[in-house]
Write a protein that binds this ligand. Structure first.
Ligand code: URA
Length: 496
């Protein structure tokens, strides 16, 4: 007689583990168990035909039976396998569990049929998860409680529960839902709530963000690198219909041939020596596809949204790019966005920004005529309860992010760049130096031309007493007055 196990959904790992442990301890043969998920899978249909009265009460564990042991590797594998759509997945895992009690190293035998099948399923899940993290595109919607984000996605397997924590950590401060045909998940900035699936029509068809994606995609599309097979492998055709940029794929592929011909037809006046330099630069620089297509700050800004140059993008809400006049004479470079900047996507708008604005005003500098940016474009922090505590960026992060400031400065070509604090000095000069020893001086930079060094406004916020706060604030304003004088043509002190 068969034993029916009712799982709590199609990817209920916990339910499977508890039932499997109990049944294996009672020595129940794999063939006797019907795993039901309630998701209309094969096991469910078979079970309905058999009728609930055919199901039998669960046997008691064998009292003196051995305790079950499984290697961690099996648990990790099983967590993935339960997400597969194969209706036999729970039975396969149970069979492996039973066999492992005798064949203790079974999980290491990759050629074993059961192990092979389970590994293949796990691989499919990893791939499906990767696709979900790469191809979910949120649409902005206005709700009575504010802005929320909704996305439609069609995974191949039951991966919503498994993949939701990625989106929770990445978009912790946004309210969002991801709807799939089988399952949906909702994040209210505190809890992940899972529910039934939905329809594509539940998600708005288009929004302003889609236009940005299309601009970005058209800008990074490089005809010389076009490999349609590889593209389809990485971005399978079935996902195209839900990506805003997909409407561009066919026209861009069609145009690629003529664009490539134009590139090949460019004058071939490069000497072998220069070719070697270019080859070295290319190996050090990001591929051309990642560089701004039209050389504008707007293109850079769009490109920087998907920056993956260091791991900071994983936890930050968004890239905080520089802001201000493209024709600015003065560029101010801070350290990295703080909590407020990370949420708003704008530099220097939090407490340090308020201090900075006040000092700029007292020095007679109009922020709207300048350009303000940061050395590092993603917020680095440590979660502490509900708070996100600022963490100083490391040298590796500063150096990885230099690509952006380098490109910003190449477009802006300011008269003077102001380094606010040590991180900006490191970014602009490539050297780690004490700000206090350089303060009030101009140092050279291969990126930026003259760089004036002063303290970071948050230094003023950390001073312990009123007297030193006032004195240091006055010094900071004095530094900014020098900056203003220089931007108006006066000579500045240069480092000897
Ligand atoms: N501190 C910075 O360095 N930059 C900001 O944008 C905010 C705080």
């Amino acid at each position: 007689m068969s034993i029916r196990v009712d799982l709590d959904g199609p990817a209920d790992f916990k339910g499977w583990r508890e039932a499997a442990r109990r049944l294996a301890q009672a020595h129940v043969e794999p063939e006797r168990i019907m795993w039901r998920t309630g998701a209309g899978e094969e096991g469910d249909l078979f079970d309905e035909a058999a009728g609930p009265d055919r199901a039998q009460a669960w046997p008691e564990p064998v009292a003196d039976g051995p305790t079950l042991t499984v290697p961690r590797r099996f648990v990790d594998l099983a967590e993935l396998v339960v997400c597969h759509r194969d209706p036999e997945r729970f039975g396969l895992l149970y069979r492996l569990l039973r066999r492992m009690q005798v064949e203790t190293r079974l999980i290491e035998i990759a050629t074993d049929d059961d192990v092979f099948r389970a590994e293949a399923m796990a691989k499919a899940i990893r791939r499906d998860r990767h696709k979900m993290t790469a191809f979910v595109r949120f649409k902005e919607v206005e709700t009575p409680d504010g802005t929320a984000y909704v996305a439609w996605f069609e995974p191949e397997h039951h991966i919503v529960e498994l993949t939701a924590p990625f989106f929770r950590d990445r978009f912790a401060n946004m309210t969002w839902s991801i709807i799939t045909p089988d399952r949906s998940v909702y994040w209210d900035t505190r809890t992940l709530v899972f529910g039934p699936g939905g329809a594509k029509s539940d998600v708005p068809a288009d929004d302003a963000g889609d236009e940005l994606w299309r601009t970005y995609y058209a800008n990074i599309f490089n005809p010389a690198r076009l490999k349609i097979d590889a593209m389809k492998r990485e971005m399978p055709v079935k996902y195209w219909k839900n990506l805003p940029e997909s409407s561009l794929i066919t026209p861009l592929i069609r145009a690629a041939q003529s664009r490539e011909t134009a590139m090949v037809d460019m004058p071939q006046d490069v000497t072998p020596k220069r070719a070697a330099v270019i080859a070295r630069q290319l190996s050090e620089k990001p591929p051309a596809a990642e560089r701004p297509a039209d050389g504008s700050l707007a293109a850079l800004r769009v490109e920087a949204r998907s920056c993956r140059r260091c791991p900071l993008y994983q936890d930050a809400t968004q890239t905080v790019f520089g802001e201000g006049l493209e024709s600015a004479d003065l560029v101010f470079v801070g350290e990295q966005p703080g909590d407020k900047e990370d949420l708003a996507g704008k530099p220097f708008i939090g407490p340090a920004g308020a201090m900075f604005d006040r000092a700029l005003g007292d020095a007679g500098i109009d922020r709207t005529r300048a350009y303000v940016t940061n050395a590092v474009k993603h917020f680095k922090f440590e979660p502490r309860g509900k708070r996100r505590i600022h963490k100083k960026p490391g040298i590796g992060e500063i150096d990885a992010c230099r690509h952006w400031i380098e490109n910003e400065l190449a477009v802006l070509k300011p008269k003077l760049t102001v380094a606010l604090g040590a991180t900006a000095v490191r970014s602009l000069t490539g050297k780690s130096a004490s700000v206090l020893s350089l303060r009030g001086q101009v140092v050279g930079s291969h990126l930026a031309g003259p760089v004036f060094v002063t303290v970071h406004p948050s230094f003023l916020l950390r001073l312990p007493d009123e007297a030193s706060q006032q004195a240091e604030y006055a010094r900071f304003v004095e530094d900014l007055r020098m900056v203003r004088a220089f931007s108006e043509g006066a000579a500045l002190p240069t480092l000897s």
